[in-house]
Design a protein around this ligand. Sequence first.
Ligand SMILES: Nc1nc2c(ncn2[C@@H]2O[C@H](COP(=O)(O)OP(=O)(O)O)[C@@H](O)[C@H]2O)c(=O)[nH]1
Ligand SMILES: [Mg+2]
Ligand SMILES: [Zn+2]
Length: 384
Amino acid sequence: MARAFGVGSGLDRISSLALDRFRVQWLALASARNPGSSIAHAGAIASRDGIVRERDAAPSLAALGWSDFFAAQCEPHEAGLIPARVATVHRARMSAISPTGPIRLVLPVHAKTGDYTVGDWVLVEPCTDLLLRRLERKTVLARRVEGSKTPQLAGANIDTLFIVTSCNGDFNAARLERYLALVNESGAEPVILLTKADLVDGAQGFLDEAAALQRGLPVAIVNPLSGDAAAALAPWCGPGRTVALVGSSGVGKSSLVNALTGAGADAQETGDIRESDDKGRHTTTSRSLHAIAGGGWVIDTPGMRTLHVSDAASGLETLFAEITELSPNCRFRDCTHEHEPGCAVQAAVASGAVDPERLARWRKLDAENRARTPAAGAPRGRRR
Ligand SMILES: Nc1nc2c(ncn2[C@@H]2O[C@H](COP(=O)(O)OP(=O)(O)O)[C@@H](O)[C@H]2O)c(=O)[nH]1
Ligand SMILES: [Mg+2]
Ligand SMILES: [Zn+2]
């Protein structure tokens, strides 16, 4: 049976369910993006052959971030299934967004929601909303948690990860490098955002120091409280693109999410609808996929309390490229770049080409990564 959302079916379906915060936000956005359209117009028809025909403001597969990478994973016998993007993951339930609208996923028996993360693409059975399988991820932000066998997932299929820090005591090169290692390893593009530049005399020093942390690293100053925050982030956002924010508590991540999701003329309408659904149920601790007003999606990640580096050998290699690129020139293949004769890295430090503090920080992170990455059968560790 093909599923269609007409005026009646869409509204019936919506009113028959207790609206969760996600659903309300999604509908608010669908109508905000297309002023004058009703909720019913934010629908699409998925035919039996799986071809999804877009109608008006409903996110098309492409707008949701679908690409050849995911399409190529679908088997011919799966043509009748609906691809959907996971929007929220709770202990016992998950929701998704598809071109037919928001879906409360029905989980297969024995499914563990911990195996999924916000941003995942899943294939859904159209009539039952049963989650059949997850597609391979393009990128995934993961970290090993002490005492747990499976890594903790903070989001998947993220294109750009904003590492947020502020122009004050929070700014710390060593901590930013930890974030960079994890983000590099995730496969997403890192961008450093500097907030609170309005509270210091000169932000140029912070900008320069951040830019020096990794070759080609984009760094931007952004004030989440100003009206132009969304415009400042626009180069990394847009239809089909997914971004996420990481950084310490208090640096402005939530303010930035608000700036992205409720920007401009739509802010009032979105705010009203959010308020009516609030009931004090703020979900700041769980991750969710939020639509960006100008197109694209932002994943809200809760703060990472500890920031240990593991399973990040290639992430470190990218981060410390000026050091790791020199290693092949060292006399000994297993050179630690500390005391060995004929060390190309030490020679570069002596000539001023490599910052000795960077070398010290690389050594510390590299050792930590080796100590924390299981040697055999590590799915993401790079063999040396
Ligand atoms: N003056 C100023 N305040 C900021 C800036 N960015 C964030 N803030 C404030 O910093 C506080 C913490 O922001 P919040 O978004 O909650 O940070 P989060 O913990 O990272 O989510 C809030 O009071 C913000 O208004 C900025 O660029 N300038
Ligand atoms: Mg916050
Ligand atoms: Zn060396």
